[in-house]
Design a protein around this ligand. Structure first.
Ligand code: SF4
Length: 499
């Protein structure tokens, strides 16, 4: 009998990391920050004659019953999920199921993976119909690799209905793939190309409408690695459509995304993002050192005053979350102090600080390989003390000490520095014309849980000062509570890390 039942499995992502937001999620009774968008996208390309189910190990257990039900198991993973990916593959194999793997980890490291019957590598969309056609004919190959990058304009709506939406803090959609820049440590432009490929505005609206009809309200992550890779189309097509749709539906969604710092060059773009209800953007600042930026080819950051650029974005009521890296060859002995000063003075509450890591497929990896400096494969988590996987110019112990110093200062024992940065953001928000949004019951419950728990933490005094200060401004009080619970996560992970 031909396989007819497909189980999509998303392996567990390590929880004790900055990125999991595990200790914040407990305040909102959510199990995971975001859903496995890749797998629900893949699902939309599986022929209708197959039954499809999804198990996301980040919100539920993969049971023997789940595996019994399935004929085939599809597993998708990033490098950081390597260990749990191997566990899922081994279990599916032991249960006698056909195993199909895809996603960034199998695409970059296929040679080291065993137990998989079929690989669908690279951007899977256009390969899946071919795989199923071959499967029907009994001649499915071991490896399918997309020869061309798929046309995003032809993308199908992900099968969001497969998700247990209530378990996630946000939903995700994707507008574009690719980035016009060439940062040395980044694999995005190598994998997805320098010419951003985009969905049409009506296609994005159709995805939002699908989420809306399924009852979703609240945060939506636009997962693009650089949302403004094609500024003109974002500004002229997508944002006007988003603004009208949000207005027509009483602003049910708040968006967050990732973008390059040249977002700050364009006031019209910023005001359209604000009007569409983008309230957070992640930007790769990486380092305040010009030498470090030059070394890593981050030309867009060199062309501006980064501190002024951050302030400009914040002035539109958009929180700047940012990535910072230590471990560049050119880093000097004062790099920790310079990073801390930049983060504190610009009011970046959520700074994701990591150690430079060489990922396979990057220019950095190739350079370090040529220089004979690679030590091991990356585990995909650049915010751990063991993240550097090459011979660094700075003594490794010194580098780790400086890395811990940055984290220990910005997420300090009593969170004074953190709350100071949050206050800077909230002051900006209260002065900008952020569109109205619906307050949900979940947010009120979040506030109650926060007030019941956080005064009794080691940073309770600073927390109370922060809450009392912002109580008088109801327009931003919800955001203040959100910063408090996120601060709890950042504090907890930092205390574990710097011990
Ligand atoms: S701007 Fe961001 S996504 Fe683009 S190449 Fe640099 S790090 Fe990668």
């Amino acid at each position: 009998m031909k396989p007819r039942r497909i189980l999509l499995v998303y392996p567990e992502v390590p929880r004790e990391t900055y990125w999991s937001f595990k200790y914040a999620l407990s305040f909102i009774h959510k199990k995971s920050a975001m859903p496995p968008l890749g797998l629900v996208t893949v699902a939309s390309y599986i022929p209708a004659s197959y039954q499809v189910r999804l198990v996301d190990e980040n919100i539920e257990r993969l049971t023997a019953k789940d595996l019994d039900w399935a004929d085939m198991v599809f597993v998708s993973a990033m490098i950081v999920q390597k260990n749990s990916f191997e566990r899922v593959v081994a279990r599916a194999r032991a249960a006698g199921k056909t195993v199909v793997a895809g996603g960034p980890y199998p695409s970059g490291s296929r040679e080291e993976i065993s137990g998989v019957d079929h690989f669908i590598l690279g951007e899977a969309e256009e390969m899946i119909p071919e795989f199923f056609a071959d499967l029907e004919k009994g001649r499915a190959r071991e490896i399918y690799r997309a020869a061309e990058k798929p046309d995003m304009a032809a993308a199908r709506i992900p099968r969001f209905e497969l998700l247990r939406m209530k378990s996630y803090a946000s939903m995700s959609i994707q507008y574009s793939r690719g980035c016009p820049f060439h940062c040395e440590f980044c694999d995005i432009w190598k994998v997805y190309g320098n010419r951003p490929r985009l969905k049409s505005a009506p296609a994005v609206i159709a995805e939002l409408s699908a989420l809306y009809k399924l009852g979703w309200r609240g945060a939506v992550f636009m997962v693009d690695d650089n949302f403004i890779g094609n500024k003109a189309r974002v500004k002229d097509e997508l944002l006007p459509a988003l603004i009208s749709w949000q207005k027509a539906n009483r602003h049910p969604f708040r968006f967050f995304t990732e973008a390059s710092i040249n977002l700050a060059d364009d006031d019209a773009l910023l005001s359209a993002m604000r009007d569409a209800a983008f309230n957070e953007v992640f930007i790769g600042i990486e380092t305040p050192s010009m030498e470090g930026l030059t070394e890593t080819g981050k030309t867009q950051n060199l062309k501006c005053d980064m501190s002024a650029a951050v302030k400009k974005i914040q002035s539109y009521g958009i929180e700047v979350m940012a990535g910072f890296i230590l471990g560049f060859d050119s880093d000097t002995q004062d790099i920790a102090e310079r990073q801390i000063a930049f983060i504190q003075k610009t009011g970046i509450a959520r700074a994701m600080v990591g150690l430079l890591t060489a990922l396979p497929g990057t220019e950095l990896y190739q350079r370090l390989e040529r220089e004979g400096r690679l030590l091991s494969a990356s585990d995909g988590n650049n915010t751990s003390k063991a993240a550097s996987n090459f011979v660094t110019r700075m003594d490794p112990e010194d580098l780790r000490r400086r890395f811990c110093k940055v984290l220990d200062t910005i997420y300090d024992e009593n969170l004074k520095n953190y709350f100071e940065r949050c206050n800077m953001i909230l002051d900006n928000m209260s002065h900008s014309e952020v569109p109205p949004r619906q307050i949900h019951l979940a947010e009120l419950l979040m506030a109650v849980r926060s007030l019941a728990r956080q005064p009794f933490t080691p940073y309770g005094r600073q927390y109370l000062k922060f809450i009392i200060r912002n109580l008088k401004n109801p327009a931003v009080f919800g955001e203040a509570v959100k910063f408090s619970i996120v601060g709890h996560h950042l504090h907890t992970i930092t205390r574990q890390l710097v011990q």
